[in-house]
Write a protein that binds this ligand. Structure first.
Ligand code: SF4
Ligand code: SF4
Length: 130
């Protein structure tokens, strides 16, 4: 299974990853519709807080309609046809990595597609094979 990992100390907060990820979610470049979250830079360490899904799968048990599932690849995916937009998973995710947007009924999450890894010029993102 591929899992997106981060090196917050290398991030320059250019937000290129958020932009390319949003094209997955909404087919438009809109950072507010990204499944990776670039946060604040810690004053003491200089490390940027980056929110990503670690594919733990705990959200699968929370979904009342079984819309979340683990694919053969091991990655946790959302079947939008079965999602009723209750957002239980958004509130539950221990990593805060299930995202939502007011324009969209369904939440969205990282699928380990790797597009952001290619986009990051700083090497702050990588896929780990577990
Ligand atoms: S593309 Fe890389 S450097 Fe830019 S915000 Fe994302 S993680 Fe940080
Ligand atoms: S791996 Fe793909 S889905 Fe996950 S945050 Fe990066 S661009 Fe978005």
């Amino acid at each position: 299974m591929k899992v997106l990992r981060v090196k917050g100390e290398l991030c320059t907060q250019c937000y290129a990853c958020e932009e390319v990820c949003s094209t997955n979610v909404s087919k438009e470049r809109d950072r507010s519709k990204s499944a990776i979250g670039i946060g604040e830079k810690a004053v003491d360490t200089g490390r940027v807080d980056i929110t990503t899904c670690d594919q733990c799968g705990q959200c699968i048990e929370v979904c009342p309609t079984n819309a979340l599932y683990r694919a053969k690849s091991g990655v946790v995916l959302l079947n939008e046809d079965d999602c009723v937009g209750c957002l239980s998973c958004v509130g539950f995710c221990p990593s805060g990595a299930m995202f939502r947007h007011e324009d969209l009924l369904e939440p969205f999450k990282c699928t380990s597609c790797g597009k952001c890894v290619k986009e990051c010029a700083e090497g702050a993102l990588y896929l780990e094979d577990l």
